[in-house]
Ligand binder design. Structure first.
Ligand SMILES: C[S@@+](CC[C@H](N)C(=O)[O-])C[C@H]1O[C@@H](n2cnc3c(N)ncnc32)[C@H](O)[C@@H]1O
Length: 193
């Protein structure tokens, strides 16, 4: 497996598993969260599989990914209310980018957080971007133990969200899917600012 997400960008949308993951993430979002024309931040958007689904129901979406090639694929979709950013979130990049001055009603991170070098610090940055009553939703493969290199445990996610100051935290397992390590549950965490 390549270390660079860029290497997966062109073929990403022809991978049935990732398309299905995004479909199920969107369905579980609609079951768990009430929203009305939200301003959305899609963190780690990839080629925008979830962005595409949110676009018709959102006011505006800022879709960010560290991979330039993933963002290039999303650009090709020409979604009318979507602005894209190819960068890594930091205090500096937040200050420099007008699109990150919006206050987001809904932040989604689908299959991203388990890959972050600093999940805890990123949650604090994400929280700073959210509207007062904003909702954060993440999906990741459910890890069985803390030592598991693949995914995140529910307790890890809960404590990270609590430490970052999120409230009303709920963690469910809305669907299971084939993963590189066999059939695994997906963890969905919902929290408010
Ligand atoms: C498994 S893919 C998921 C992509 C998309 N959310 C989806 O569901 O199709 C993980 C994505 O997270 C992005 N990513 C990883 N670390 C990141 C970071 N620190 N900041 C922004 N994006 C990051 C990768 O570039 C990649 O596109």
């Amino acid at each position: 497996m390549s270390d660079s997400w860029d290497d997966y960008a062109v073929e990403w949308d022809s991978n049935e598993a990732v398309v299905s993951y995004a479909d199920r993430a969107f369905d579980s979002l609609n079951s768990a969260v009430d929203y009305e024309k939200p301003t959305v931040f899609d963190f780690g958007c990839g080629t925008g599989l979830l962005t595409e689904k949110l676009s018709p129901v959102a006011n505006r979406i800022v879709a960010l990914d560290a991979s330039e090639k993933m963002i290039a694929e999303l650009h090709k979709k020409k979604l009318p209310n979507v602005s894209t950013l190819s960068l890594t979130l930091s205090t500096e990049t937040i200050k420099e980018n007008p699109a990150l001055q919006l206050k987001f009603d809904l932040v989604v991170a689908s299959s991203v957080c388990a890959f972050l070098p600093d999940y805890d610090a990123t949650l604090t940055l994400i929280k700073s971007l959210m509207a007062e009553k904003g909702t954060f939703v993440q999906w990741d493969w459910l890890a069985s133990t803390e030592g598991d290199e693949f995914g995140l445990t529910a307790s890890r996610v809960k404590s990270a969200l609590m430490n970052a100051g999120f409230k009303d935290i709920s963690i469910i397992h809305p669907f299971s899917m084939e993963s590189p390590e066999g059939c695994r549950d997906v963890l969905m965490a919902v929290a408010t600012r």
